[in-house]
Design a protein. Structure first.
Length: 286
């Protein structure tokens, strides 16, 4: 009997989440798709079912990840839908309030941190025991702009994403003995609802650079979502068994042949967040 890979994907109703669901489905996995919009989830569910292999299953769960109780209920429903979990993809995110850190609404700032950081952490905490039952698992946390450098006027989003990457590194070390790999994926700029939010905020609130980037992406022909989705599938396949605790860019990194360097990668701080000291830049400061 064929045992299919079971994949739980948050924020799956649109954009990158939808692309990730499609990529895993094409790879032959069963998927559990979750988001706030039931109508959008049902549309995706019908689409996937139309190309289902005989053994494939797609389940949908409506959930608002800003609620800790809803997250607990989500995992409980997922457990009822399938007997094991192989992959968790923490994709759901909100751009949050746009503007300087001291001017934006504080409640919105906290809400953004809850959805973009605390919700993925809680989902990991709930899914890890489930993965440990089978002695293996993969977790993918979707990073974003601001994780590796300052992002003025997007402080809650950048803070949450930077925290998510460091959590990824930490969790990967804690889970090494349990054969559970944890990585972060940087998808690159996409024409998404976040892009629309930046444009709606305008140049004054978002800043000239962010607004210009969003405007350029709005008319761009190529989207990075499919490439990021393929990277998620790659990292959660057997190719990713030796890769953990890394932040990998779907657009800028040569990840297709990453397993060729797995031993070297495991011993290095490549694709991680680290502090830069003077000697790293050829300086000798006393």
């Amino acid at each position: 009997m064929l045992i299919s890979k079971n994949v739980l994907i948050t924020g799956a109703s649109r954009g990158l989440g939808r692309a990730i669901a499609r990529a895993f489905w094409k790879d032959g996995a069963n998927v559990i798709i979750t988001a706030r919009s039931e109508n959008d989830l049902k549309l995706l569910q019908r689409e996937l079912r139309s190309s289902a292999k005989p053994y494939q299953q797609v389940d949908l769960i409506v959930a608002d990840l800003s609620s800790a109780t809803a997250i607990t209920d989500l995992v409980a429903q997922a457990r009822r839908a399938c007997d094991h979990i192989d992959v968790l993809v923490n994709n759901a995110a909100v751009v949050g309030p746009i503007g300087t850190a001291w001017e934006v609404d504080w409640e919105s700032w906290i809400f953004t941190l809850n959805v973009n950081l605390l919700a993925p952490v809680q989902l990991c905490r709930l899914c890890i025991p489930w993965m440990k039952e089978r002695g293996k698992g993969k977790i993918i946390n979707i990073s974003g702009g601001g994780a590796t450098g300052p992002r003025p006027r997007f402080s809650p989003y950048a803070t949450a994403k930077a925290g998510l990457v460091r959590f990824t590194e930490t969790l990967a070390m804690e889970l090494k003995e349990f054969n559970i790999q944890v990585n972060a994926v940087a998808p690159g700029i996409m024409n998404s609802e976040m892009t629309a939010a930046v444009l709606a905020a305008g140049k004054e609130r978002a800043g000239e650079k962010e607004y210009a980037n969003a405007a350029a992406q709005r008319i761009a022909i190529k989207d990075n979502a499919e490439k990021a989705a393929r990277l998620c599938v790659y990292l959660t396949s057997s190719f990713g068994d030796s890769i953990t605790g890394k932040l990998i860019s779907a657009v800028w990194d040569s990840w297709e042949n990453l397993t060729d360097h797995s031993e070297e990668l495991a011993k290095s701080d490549i694709y991680t967040l680290r502090r830069i000291v003077p000697k790293d830049r050829g300086k000798s400061w006393s």
